[in-house]
Design a binder for this molecule. Structure first.
Ligand SMILES: Cc1cc2nc3c(=O)[nH]c(=O)nc-3n(C[C@H](O)[C@H](O)[C@H](O)COP(=O)(O)OP(=O)(O)OC[C@H]3O[C@@H](n4cnc5c(N)ncnc54)[C@H](O)[C@@H]3O)c2cc1C
Length: 385
């Protein structure tokens, strides 16, 4: 059994920021990390570049917008990282990255600072359960039992449910978010194809549109704009949903029809299977023809005006029924309800027990918003410790 003043469970973005803030305030801190090293998700973030925050942070970017996001905001975050030696830049869309374009730079400056403050980091230490007796927490782990007066749960999504099962804390069920959407249609023919599209998500309660690159997968569709729409589904209700993909969003139906007419003249010696070559990847062209119920062997010269109108409409509204979320999620929606927490993210019912990061029911769209929440919430807890 080891006695500690403060234990932080989880060495991800929020746990590391929490530890650093507490250490800078002179606290003695131990991080218990289940994996063989800390910060694995930081390394994976932003396609290995780590989009650590965003210039433009508004309430619309999150399901909940708690006070901590203003108390330690994007400007303060960048200032702190710069004080640790990290050089950053913003891209045209306001996303902030390290100048090195390597997420390892973000993790390295955090680890250097923690070492400087003698923070104790224990890896390969998976926490299984937490209990509290007489103001002392007992943290049961794969490396034995640790005691502490204060415990911070910064474990990211799901595993918090088991760790905190002994406490009566109300949380919203975790759901994958910022992920692809599973569709009922067979998408094997187009799997792997990337295509720019204006995507409209429709449910009985709301419609949202977002333009960007989509990636067809064997079991559905993915890509950043689909990720953002998956958040909206979690936030506003997983009701019956459909996706409509406009594959030529910058053209009117008249312009598309004129283009198809012209292609019919130019490509009159081909069969329909090759009608879209040069405009779409061949398999996507086949998908459009299949949806329009036009045989792939139809000579292009025999395509009727009605066929061309059907094809134009299909190009403007390729429909999919959404039946669930794909498992390639970047974050979890759900977690400990804000109503259970003080402004310091301490559990109202259990003094000395804090939560931060994805464990809390706060999640944002793509663009650096989730790491900003991890930094803001970790900082809030670290200050309060
Ligand atoms: C591929 C990918 C790309 C992403 N890109 C971005 C991006 O560019 N910008 C952005 O803002 N967000 C991005 N995100 C989301 C962002 O990384 C997360 O929101 C953020 O890392 C969450 O931080 P956290 O500290 O709450 O949890 P995590 O980073 O998940 O850290 C939790 C830590 O706790 C440890 N742990 C879990 N259970 C236990 C246990 N029982 N005992 C001990 N340790 C435990 C884990 O091993 C982990 O190290 C991305 C996510 C992914 C997966």
């Amino acid at each position: 059994m080891q006695n500690n003043n403060i234990l932080i469970i989880g060495g991800g973005a929020s746990g590391l920021m929490c530890a650093l803030t507490a250490c800078k305030n002179g606290k003695s801190v131990t991080i218990l990390e289940g994996a063989f090293k800390v910060g694995k998700k930081i390394l994976a973030s932003g396609n290995g570049r780590c989009n650590l925050t965003n210039k433009n942070i508004t309430k619309a970017c999150y399901n909940n917008f708690p006070v901590q996001l203003n108390k330690f905001n994007n400007t303060q975050t960048i200032k702190l990282f710069e004080s640790l030696g990290l050089e950053t830049y913003f891209d045209d869309e306001g996303r902030c990255y390290p100048v090195s374009n390597h997420s390892s730079s973000v993790l390295e400056v955090l680890i250097n600072a923690l070492k400087n403050h003698n923070c104790n980091i224990i890896t390969n230490c998976m926490v299984k359960n937490i209990t509290k007796q007489n103001d002392v927490f007992s943290v049961e782990s794969s490396q034995g039992v640790f005691n502490a007066n204060k415990v911070v749960v910064a474990t990211g999504g799901n595993t918090m449910v088991n760790i905190l099962k002994g406490f009566n804390i109300s949380f919203k069920k975790f759901m994958p978010s910022l992920c692809g959407l599973k569709t009922s249609e067979n998408t094997k023919l187009v799997a792997g194809i990337r295509q720019n599209a204006l995507v409209t998500l429709s449910t009985p309660n709301f419609n949202y549109s977002e333009e960007g690159e989509i990636i067809f997968r064997e079991d559905g569709v993915s890509g950043i704009c689909i990720f953002n729409l998956s958040s909206k589904l979690n936030w506003f209700g997983l009701a019956k949903a459909t996706l409509s993909l406009n594959l030529l969003p910058n053209k009117t139906i008249e312009q598309i029809l004129a283009m198809l007419e012209s292609r019919k003249q130019k490509l009159s010696t081909l069969n329909a299977i090759n009608f879209f070559d040069g405009l779409f990847i061949n398999n996507l062209g086949q998908e459009i023809l299949n949806r329009a119920k036009i045989s792939l062997q139809t000579p292009v010269s025999k395509l009727t005006d009605k066929n061309l109108i059907t094809l134009a409409k299909t190009i403007m509204a390729l429909k999919f029924n959404v039946v669930g979320m794909l498992a390639n999620n970047q974050v979890h929606h759900g977690g400990v309800q804000l109503s259970e927490l003080t402004n310091n993210l301490e559990c109202k019912k259990i003094s000395g027990l804090y939560v931060c990061g994805e464990v809390v029911n706060v999640d944002g769209v793509c663009g650096g918003y989730n790491l900003q929440w991890a930094w803001s919430s970790g900082h809030a807890v670290g200050e309060s410790l």
